[in-house]
Design a protein around this ligand. Structure first.
Ligand code: S3P
Length: 729
């Protein structure tokens, strides 16, 4: 790529760049410029083969160099640039690795009065507590982020070349503007360093000789690792970026005082919430950005037991998503209770925050949404990351197609492999400008338009997500948007739109909407999710001596397929205290053990129990005789291929489960129904929970790997399951 790279300042960073460039064959010749005082370091760099030569005069160092990389501390930038200026070569690429970019640009301006087109500021987000060339590693930047902060005058070829260079080294590239970079880094790097330094300062001064360091193996050591970083460099960085850092220190003080008050006032519930929020937020970001570091959770279920007790499972996932979406677009303030405080619904919540909506909570299960009106959303700065949530991605596609700004939707590995053409195809025929990858998967790129036109669409599959996506797009389209479903699917969107006073016409399988309505804020009480209750409906049905009541469960007729199917299998389920809450039917479900029998599941019930089949397969394994499911091809494109994954897992546990193209045939057994063994969740929360329930009828322990995804829909699953009697650790 380059004939000669000149590194200015070969320490840890410069040395690692040189090593990586050499390993990848990116330069024929790599030299360094340094000061006389640093001669030992430069000599060492040459001895180690990191560089070919070093110079103390800059003219010789940069002679014929087609790439100059400045890796000195940011405070030295101005003086280095002054020395470089007389030998500036318009044909070469100049870049740096400084941790603050505003100060670098200031230095460039101070020397040149402008930013030369071939100077491209860059910042590799990698480092180590060790410094000096001895610590340099060729893989320091591999898999790490590299931020490039071009300015208006930057030449695009030089930007491209910088990108290619760092990509060749193995970094993941992001482009940001200078100010944004400095704000992000102040929060994610500079403030944490200041905290680590100040904590060691405070505790060290107090009793350095005594306890602290002797017992420093715990949190103190983890937390203060970065206080071993180079003080000169950090002095430099903090001074250079103090404009961004100081307000953050103020915010941190407020946060700490809040915690102090909670402790003083014995407000343990609030403190618990503070810690829980932080823990969940950290887990979410690890899942998103650092799969390797995310905590892996393995469930182990001991065989047998019965389920007894009364519980309330968390709020309905589908309604929680919709409450955020419609509440955000409403005029006025919407109070939501019963909100599902789990990753999927939070993905939607964060997306609307990123589009400028002020949302308070979730606190307990309450959320307050300060609606911005139908046309009040703002362009998100970054792609909207939707985690594992298909509902968020598909519904947002429709909603965002008609906005006056562009957006990009991304998700985790599982979501990024799910089919999105089912929404983008009809949206395209409405005039949306929307693109997926060639294979129809995310990321989805949306160019907002005010030109959407209503369509008359007959859905090829029974999907509430597709229907809802089109109804939301229809709120921004010219004329009527008419959606016909081949079989009834959940109708929470239609009901909730009505709740927000937005007119939707419903006539059997047909729903019709237009852009003339507006949403008026209202209060929403989200009932418990029948899809979460389903695990316990099956658990109590298969475990002898069980008696469970599930309180305040949503029993919308488009969701109650699980009750109908289990009853056909002989389950003993009573629906008690039926009532209407906020336009949705709700009841308490009382279930006691009953020996189940195998059935042919009526196809008409499939869409009404679409999320419950993993746990229904477990019920089938414990039923007398054969259970056959057909007409359920959709299960192959859920969070995982639920037909294959459940068949594999059940077979692993000794169950006779045969997958078919659109369903499964299971030969159930009343004795020794399920064996022990190890299974995997395949990134699917409902698989993890279903195999946990299988433990009740297993002959030996079942280990289920990768259960952290249970947080997507039911973070309290283990707590509630064990409360009822499942021996799950
Ligand atoms: C959902 C609809 C269903 C369901 C999903 C939630 C919704 O998906 O599986 O968990 O909230 O609209 P499909 O519409 O793809 O069947």
């Amino acid at each position: 790529m380059f004939k000669k790279i000149c590194i200015i300042g070969v320490g840890l960073i410069g040395g690692s760049i040189a090593k990586a460039a050499r390993e990848k064959g990116l330069a024929q010749n790599i030299v360094a410029f340094g000061r006389q005082q640093g001669v030992d370091n430069l000599r060492r760099a040459k001895q180690l083969g990191v560089i070919d030569e070093y110079y103390f005069d800059i003219k010789s160092a940069v002679k014929d160099a087609d790439c100059v990389i400045i890796t000195t501390p940011v405070g030295a930038m101005e003086s280095i640039l002054r020395q470089l200026k007389p030998f500036w070569n318009e044909q070469a690429l100049y870049t740096d690795a400084g941790s603050t970019k505003g100060s670098v640009i200031d230095a460039v301006n101070a020397v040149f009065d402008y930013v030369p087109a071939n100077f491209i500021p860059a910042h590799p987000i990698a480092g180590a507590e060790k410094s000096g060339v001895e610590a340099a590693k060729a893989d320091l930047f591999r898999g790490k982020r590299l931020i490039i902060t071009p300015v208006d005058s930057s030449c695009s070829q030089a930007v491209d070349k910088t990108i290619k260079f760092w990509q060749a080294i193995g970094s993941n590239i992001s482009i940001m503007d200078v100010e944004h970079h400095d704000a992000v880094l102040a929060a994610t790097s500079h403030l944490p360093h200041i905290l680590a330094f100040s904590l060691v300062n405070m505790l060290g001064k107090k009793d350095e000789q005594e306890e602290i360091f002797k017992y420093a193996a715990g949190g103190f050591k983890d937390f203060t690792r970065i206080a071993s970083s180079d003080p000169t460099m950090w002095l430099d960085i903090c001074m250079a970026n103090k404009k961004q850092i100081i307000p953050l220190i103020q915010q941190l003080k407020t946060e700490l005082s809040g915690i102090e008050q909670m402790l003083t006032g014995d407000e343990s519930q609030q403190l618990f919430q503070t810690f829980t929020y932080a823990r969940q937020a950290r887990q979410r970001f690890l899942n998103q950005f650092d799969k390797n570091m995310s905590q892996s959770i393995t469930f182990k279920v001991q065989p047998g037991g019965s389920m007894r007790g009364k519980i309330r499972v968390p709020g309905d996932k589908s309604m929680s998503h919709r409450s955020i979406m419609l509440g955000s677009l409403a005029e006025g303030t919407t109070h939501v209770t019963g909100f599902l405080n789990a990753d999927d619904a939070l993905a939607t919540l964060q997306a609307f925050r990123a589009m400028g909506v002020k949302i308070e909570g979730p606190e307990n299960d309450e959320v307050i949404i300060h609606g911005v009106g139908k046309h009040g959303l703002k362009a998100p700065k970054d792609p909207l990351y939707l985690g594992n949530s298909g509902t968020s991605m598909r519904l947002l596609s429709g909603l965002l197609a008609g906005q006056n700004f562009d957006s990009v939707l991304t998700g985790d590995e599982s979501l990024s492999s799910r089919p999105m053409k089912r929404v983008t195809a009809p949206l395209l025929s409405m005039g949306a400008q929307i693109k997926t990858q060639d294979d129809g998967t995310a990321p989805i790129y949306i160019t907002g338009t005010s030109e959407l036109k209503g369509i008359n669409y007959h859905m090829p599959m029974a999907s509430a997500q597709v229907k809802s996506c089109l109804l939301l797009a229809g709120m921004y389209a010219d004329g009527e948007t008419i959606v016909t479903e081949p079989a009834p699917t959940r109708d929470h969107t239609e009901r909730m739109l009505n709740g927000f006073s937005y007119p939707v016409k419903r006539d059997g399988a047909v729903a019709t909407i237009n852009s003339k309505g507006k949403l008026t804020a209202c209060n929403i009480d989200v009932p418990s999710d029948i899809s979460s209750a389903a695990f316990f409906l099956v658990a109590a049905s298969i475990a002898a001596d069980s008696d469970v009541t599930l309180k305040h469960v949503g029993i919308n007729p488009t969701r109650t397929g699980i009750i109908d199917i289990l009853r056909l299998m002989g389950a003993n389920i009573e629906v008690l205290n039926e009532r209407i809450v906020g336009g949705e039917p709700v009841a308490d479900l009382h279930v006691v053990y009953s020996q189940l029998k195998g059935i042919d599941i009526p196809e008409a019930l499939v869409p009404l129990a679409i999320d419950e089949f993993p746990v229904l397969f477990v019920a089938a394994a414990c039923a007398e005789g054969q259970t056959r499911l057909t007409g359920a091809k959709e299960l192959r494109v859920k969070e995982c291929d639920r037909i294959q994954v459940m068949a594999d897992g059940l077979q692993q546990l000794g169950v006779d489960a045969q997958p078919t193209e659109d369903g499964m045939v299971i030969q159930g057994k009343t004795m020794d129904s399920i064996g022990g063994g190890e299974v995997y969740s395949h990134d699917d929360h409902r698989i993890a929970m279903s195999f946990s329930i299988a433990g009740l009828r297993a002959t030996a322990a079942i280990t289920i790997h990768d259960c952290e995804n249970v947080n997507t829909s039911f973070p309290e699953f283990r707590e509630l399951a064990t409360k009822l009697g499942l021996n799950l650790t």
